[in-house]
Design a binder for this molecule. Structure first.
Ligand SMILES: *[C@@H]1O[C@H](CO)[C@@H](O)[C@H](O)[C@H]1NC(C)=O
Length: 181
């Protein structure tokens, strides 16, 4: 093999490695709490639709709720506000309780302010830990993929308050913010 072809092979190798570094993906782990209020003056979850079958269905089939929950840094509702969990819950299983969850995690403060992560999945009530897919994102989280694990942290039935704990493992492009306008 001639000197030139070895040099050109090396060049190709170096370029490929550089390309690999530039496209490198980053895994960001996020941990936060969601304040869910189902009754009272500051209610954050509202029913928007139901079907004829809903009230007779053991799984509330056909019910659709819209959610705008506060996201906090700790389980305390008065801890640092990070953003909102916004979207809808659709009761779409005739036989078991397992609504379809479609949410945007909307960051409103900190390093991720203005960025969004979009979650979609099944909330199987019989599972202590539920898993949702991270199906996309914007801003820092452009091209996001990954998964979210959620569990019920606390329930206060008298006040209609639930606290959910979320851990997200987000795979996203390292250089995505370079293209912000
Ligand atoms: C509702 O929210 C307001 C404003 O944040 C607060 O002052 C009030 O205490 C809340 N009410 C309840 C019942 O949590």
């Amino acid at each position: 093999m001639g000197k030139l072809s070895i040099i050109s092979m090396l060049c190709v190798l170096i370029l490929a490695m550089l390309g690999g570094f530039c496209n490198a993906h980053k895994v960001t782990k996020l941990h936060f709490y969601v304040q869910d209020i189902i009754s009272g003056p500051n209610q954050t979850v509202w029913e928007v639709a139901r079907a004829k079958i809903t009230s007779n269905s053991p799984t509330s089939f056909g019910l659709v709720k819209v959610v705008d929950d506060l996201i906090t840094a700790t389980s305390d509702a008065n801890s640092e506000a990070l953003g909102r969990l916004q979207g809808q819950i659709t009761f779409a299983d005739l036989e078991e309780s397992g609504p379809v969850m479609n949410f945007n995690v909307v960051f409103k403060s900190g390093a991720f302010s203005g960025s969004v992560i979009t979650l979609s999945g099944r909330n199987d009530a019989s599972d202590k830990y539920r898993e949702y897919a991270i199906v996309g994102g914007t801003g820092v989280f452009r091209m996001a993929r990954g998964h979210a694990i959620t569990s019920t942290y606390s329930v206060d039935s008298a006040k209609g308050r639930f606290v959910f704990e979320y851990t997200l493992y987000v795979v996203h492009g390292k250089s995505s913010t370079l293209f912000d306008m």
